[in-house]
Design a protein around this ligand. Structure first.
Ligand SMILES: C[C@H](O)[C@H](O)[C@H]1CNC2=NC(N)=NC(=O)C2=N1
Length: 96
């Protein structure tokens, strides 16, 4: 999987307004209604991550999830990160 250059990253982020670039990662926060919902979101993300064999870093703090995506094997951002980010946004919206 090839690393994306800065313009490609910026281009893909325009379609993902919840996400911010932080160096070699993209990050977003999800505030769930309550803790059980936060865990359900994490579980649904886990299903998608396994399908893609691409996994986010997830920080769970009560009902706030901090997510970070990067392609560790490539040492930075690739298409996989943006594919999973879009799926995470769908999961967040479905559990809003
Ligand atoms: C061996 C396994 O396919 C790899 O380690 C996968 C697993 N999940 C992954 N997740 C992420 N975010 N980046 C990777 O490079 C990656 N590689």
């Amino acid at each position: 999987m090839n690393l994306l250059d800065d313009s490609a990253v910026d281009d893909r982020l325009t379609g993902l307004p919840e996400w911010r670039r932080e160096g070699d990662e993209i990050r977003r926060k999800i505030i769930a209604a309550d803790f059980p919902t936060a865990i359900r979101i994490v579980d649904e993300i886990a299903v998608e991550a396994e399908k893609l064999n691409h996994h986010p870093d997830i920080d769970i703090r009560w009902r706030t999830l901090h997510l970070a995506l990067s392609t560790h094997d490539a040492g930075g951002l690739t298409e996989m990160d943006f594919t999973l980010a879009a799926r995470i946004d769908e999961i967040a919206a479905a559990n809003a």
